[in-house]
Design a protein around this ligand. Structure first.
Ligand SMILES: [Zn+2]
Length: 170
């Protein structure tokens, strides 16, 4: 499904820039006592932003990644269809998310990791591994098993965590 050879194009500086943008978006999330605040930015192969999203942006159960995918015509809550069916080639695109995409979720049947895999996106860059507070983590492993490149930028994890401090202290 993915072509790893196409997916290493972004520079570390670009990755850092867009990940900081995703973390900034996470600060827009309506507060929640039971879900993380996450921001996501989808950047095309040409380096231009294709879409953005943040947790609970449109409805109280939205995840950041699915909002970003919905904006380009891949509705997260709908049955999975390939991005090609929607006329969007995302093999060279990179999804930046402040938090590891979920591999399980309580609010909707399809976790973001599966939405991302179905979209055809070739590369995912995250700042923070999902702590097993609400659901088990494991999104990065699932993405890698599907052939996507997953890059973790741990030096930005504390920034991604900061907006969620109220969920982590207890
Ligand atoms: Zn999710």
């Amino acid at each position: 499904m993915t072509q790893p050879g196409r997916s290493g194009a972004a520079s570390p500086d670009a990755d850092r820039h867009w990940l900081l943008e995703a973390i900034s978006l996470s600060r827009c999330c309506p507060p929640s006592a039971s879900a993380f605040s996450v921001g996501a930015v989808l950047v095309g192969a040409d380096g231009a932003v294709m879409s953005t999203g943040y947790s609970r942006e449109c409805t109280p159960v939205d995840h950041a990644e699915e909002v970003a995918l919905a904006r380009i015509g891949l509705p997260g809550a709908a049955p999975l269809g390939s991005a090609a069916q929607n006329g969007v080639d995302l093999a060279g695109a990179t999804l930046y998310s402040s938090l590891e995409p979920c591999a399980a979720r309580a609010s909707r049947p399809t976790p973001c990791a599966d939405l991302i895999i179905a979209s055809g996106i070739g590369r995912v860059v995250i700042a923070w591994r999902e702590p097993p507070i609400f659901v088990p983590g494991g999104g990065a492993v699932r993405l890698r098993q599907a052939g996507l490149a997953v890059i973790v930028v741990p030096e930005l994890a504390s920034s991604a965590r900061a907006v969620n401090a109220h969920l982590l202290s207890g």
